[in-house]
Design a protein around this ligand. Structure first.
Ligand code: NAP
Length: 259
């Protein structure tokens, strides 16, 4: 299936591991050019090298820096403006459901979670606003979570911030449609990858986590990062040319609500 992503310049934040890394890989498989991002210098360079060896040095670029910080995002913009001139797609992937405090109604917890999970996307989209190609096409894809749809065991602030992503997508889609840019979000369920949050939770309570998955996920397993990446790549492709303002849930059937 031709997804018409050949040569498209895609920026993916938080992409030296986990879901973001798989998104970068799938875009590369479709012929796109990617800029990956992460904070840890060693890991980032190792992943850049790995992708360059597989897909070519001219296809993979790296920006090391915190994708939640405005000054870093401004530097990332400068770097991309010099490198590519324009972008064709942005995936605002940075996010974290790991609580920083112990109290669910601690305001610091909320400020931190909103900063990582919602404001990072707002800043990214705003900062890159002038860097779209004038060809009346482009894609913005944000990352929500099933915590925005169902009452699960997630931190409250994370659930609320990821709900904010859904609202942001709806409003941005309306606004950006005039410029031919589509805006959507993907809503992952429980995604396991080695080194990720679920591995940490499994190490704390292996039986409990597996019972939770068996009981709550009709497909009775974790998602793989590739399964989330496929949804992102589809939304960014011409196969999704009439889809904007939507949220694509990839959760093995976990969300039970009828929306
Ligand atoms: N995993 C799940 O089950 C799940 C479920 C629902 C939604 N989601 C959402 O999906 C997205 C990706 O999830 P994930 O599990 O793959 O996340 P993750 O494990 O936190 O992502 C790891 C990647 O993000 C980078 N990263 C983390 N914080 C960063 C920052 N501030 N700036 C730049 N890079 C940063 C890491 O590199 P460095 O550490 O080197 O920076 C690494 O490359 C998030 O928005 C998350 O909320 C995940």
């Amino acid at each position: 299936m031709d997804l018409s992503l050949d040569g498209k310049r895609m920026l993916i934040t938080a992409s030296t591991d986990g879901i973001g890394y798989e998104i970068a890989k799938q875009f590369l498989k479709e012929g796109a050019v990617v800029l990956i991002n992460g904070r840890d210098v060693c890991k980032a360079k190792e992943k850049e090298k790995k992708l360059q060896e597989e897909y070519g040095r001219d296809k993979v670029f790296l920006y090391i820096g915190d994708a939640t910080k405005e000054d870093e995002l401004l530097r990332m913009r400068e770097y991309i403006a010099e490198l590519w001139g324009t972008v064709n797609g942005i995936v605002a992937n940075v996010g974290s459901g790991k609580p920083v405090g112990t109290r669910r109604l601690d305001l610091l917890e909320w400020e931190n979670s909103y900063s990582i999970n919602l404001f990072s996307a707002v800043k990214l989209i705003d900062i890159f606003d002038g860097l779209w190609e004038e060809e009346k096409s482009g894609n913005i894809i944000l990352m929500s979570s099933i915590a925005a749809y169902d009452v699960i065991s997630a931190p409250y602030a994370y659930a609320a911030a990821k709900n904010g992503i859904r609202t942001l997508v709806k409003y941005l889609a309306d606004d950006y449609a005039k410029r031919g840019i589509r805006v959507n979000c993907v809503v992952p369920g429980n995604v396991f990858y080695p080194g990720g949050r679920w591995e940490e939770l499994l190490s704390q309570d292996y039986e409990g986590v597996h019972q939770h998955i068996d009981k709550n996920v009709p497909l009775k397993r974790f998602a793989r990062p590739e399964e989330i990446a496929s949804a992102v790549v589809f939304l960014a492709s011409e196969r999704a040319s009439f889809i904007t303002g939507t949220a694509l849930i990839v959760d093995g059937g976990q969300c039970r609500g009828i929306f």
